[in-house]
Design a protein around this ligand. Structure first.
Ligand SMILES: [Zn+2]
Ligand SMILES: [Zn+2]
Length: 355
C-alpha cells in the first residue's frame, strides 16, 4: 500500500503519482530509497533469525516493484521460500526452546525416564506444563493486543449492543467474544506469515472481518490463514464447554454450541469464506475426500449446515484451480474442524436458554 505519498518526484524531475512503480520518463524505480530500507530491514530480521519479520519486510518491498520486473521475481521467490519455512514450523517460536533448554536437554530426560525415575517423570511433566503455559501466555497476550485497536474495540462494543438487545447481555457477550477469538486466530496466522492486514472489525449482526492489505503468495499460506479462524474458534468453543461442565450455567452451554455452529458456517467452501480459502491448497482427490468426510459426518451430527458444506465441497471438486500437489495438513485440519464443530454444535443445550 502506497498511501502515504500521492505524488512523487523522480530523480529525473518527473512528477509521478505514487502508484506508478516505474518512471515512464527514465525507467528508474521511484521508490528505490524505500526499497533499500525494506531490504535492509529484511536483512536485520534475517540476522535475528526472524522469519516472520523478514517475510513482512519483503512483502512490503514486493508492493513497490513492478510485477514483471526481475527484482519482483527474485523477492517473490524468497517470500515463497520463507512462507514454506514458516509453514514447516521453522518459526522463531520453534527455535526458542534451544535458548530456554540447553542443547542435549532432551537426552538426559530420556535417560531418566528409561531409569523409571519419578524425578524424571515430574521433570518431564513440569517441562511440558511450562511449554503449555508459555503457549497459552503467548496466545493470551495476542488476544489482549487485539483489544488495543480502537476500530476493533469500538465495532465490538457496537456489535455487543446489537446482540445484547436481541438475546440479552450474557449470550450477546458470549457470541461477541467467540467471534473475537475466531478473528484473532486469523490475526495470529497473518502475523506468523508476515502478511499485512487490518485489525479485526465487527459488522454488527453479521460477524466480523479482517481485511488483507497483501495477497497471500501461496495457496498454503492462504489456507493456513483461512483455517486459523475456525481453529481458534474451536478452541474457544471447547474451553466454553468445559466452563459449562464445571459451572452448569446453562447459557454458557448455549454460547459453546452456537459458537461452534458459527465457526462451522465459516467453513462453507464458497465465496470468500474461510472454508473456500482452506480448499485452495487441496488437490482434486483431497477435495473428494473432504466431501466424503462431510457426508459421513452428517450421520452422527444430523446438522443441516453440512448439506450446504457438501454442496460447496462438490463444487470445489470440479473447480479449475485445484493444485496438482495436495496439502495433507490442510486436509486434516479442514475435515478435523468439520467433524468436531458439527458434533459440538449438536450437543443438547437446556431448552430454556436457546434464544
Ligand atoms: Zn524518472
Ligand atoms: Zn474467519
Amino acid at each position: 500500500m502506497v498511501d502515504e505519498i500521492s505524488i512523487y518526484e523522480c530523480a529525473c524531475g518527473s512528477q509521478l503519482p505514487a502508484h506508478l512503480l516505474i518512471c515512464p520518463g527514465c525507467g528508474r524505480l521511484p521508490h528505490a530509497e524505500r526499497l533499500k530500507e525494506l531490504v535492509a530491514e529484511a536483512d536485520r530480521a534475517r540476522a535475528r533469525g526472524e522469519f516472520s519479520g523478514q517475510a513482512s519486510a519483503l512483502r512490503n518491498a514486493l508492493e513497490l516493484l513492478p510485477a514483471n520486473s526481475r527484482q519482483h521475481e527474485v523477492i517473490r521467490a524468497r517470500v515463497v521460500e520463507l512462507s514454506d519455512m514458516i509453514d514447516a514450523g521453522f518459526s522463531p517460536e520453534a527455535a526458542a526452546p534451544a535458548v530456554n533448554a540447553p542443547i542435549g536437554a532432551t537426552r538426559p530426560r530420556r535417560t531418566l525416564l528409561k531409569a523409571g525415575s519419578a524425578v524424571g517423570v515430574i521433570a518431564l511433566l513440569l517441562w511440558k506444563l511450562k511449554f503449555i503455559l508459555v503457549f497459552i501466555a503467548t496466545k493470551a497476550k495476542l488476544l489482549l493486543l487485539g483489544l488495543s485497536k480502537s476500530t476493533t474495540l469500538f465495532t465490538m462494543l457496537l456489535s455487543l449492543g446489537v446482540y445484547w438487545a436481541a438475546w440479552g447481555w450474557q449470550f450477546g457477550l458470549g457470541v461477541v467474544l467467540s467471534i473475537y477469538v475466531h478473528e484473532m486466530g486469523h490475526v495470529a496466522a497473518l502475523r506468523k506469515f508476515g502478511i499485512r492486514a487490518t485489525a479485526p472489525m465487527f459488522l454488527p449482526g453479521i460477524g466480523a472481518m479482517v481485511r488483507l492489505h497483501q495477497y497471500p503468495q501461496t495457496a498454503r499460506e492462504d489456507a493456513r490463514v483461512g483455517l486459523a479462524g475456525p481453529l481458534w474458534g474451536l478452541g474457544a468453543s471447547v474451553a466454553t464447554l468445559a466452563i459449562y461442565y464445571a459451572t452448569q450455567y446453562p447459557v454458557i452451554a448455549a454460547i459453546a454450541t452456537v459458537g461452534a455452529w458459527i465457526n462451522l458456517l465459516n467453513l462453507l467452501p464458497v465465496w470468500q469464506l474461510d472454508g473456500a480459502r482452506g480448499f485452495r491448497s487441496l488437490s482434486r482427490p483431497q477435495r473428494w475426500i473432504a466431501l466424503a468426510v462431510i457426508a459421513a459426518t452428517w450421520v452422527p451430527a444430523q446438522e443441516g449446515l453440512l448439506v450446504f458444506l457438501g454442496i460447496g465441497a462438490a463444487l470445489q471438486c470440479f473447480a479449475k484451480d485445484a493444485p496438482e500437489n495436495g496439502d495433507a495438513r490442510g486436509l486434516i485440519t479442514y475435515v478435523g474442524l468439520v467433524v468436531s464443530l458439527a458434533l459440538l454444535s449438536g450437543i443438547p443445550v437446556p431448552e430454556a436458554v436457546i434464544p
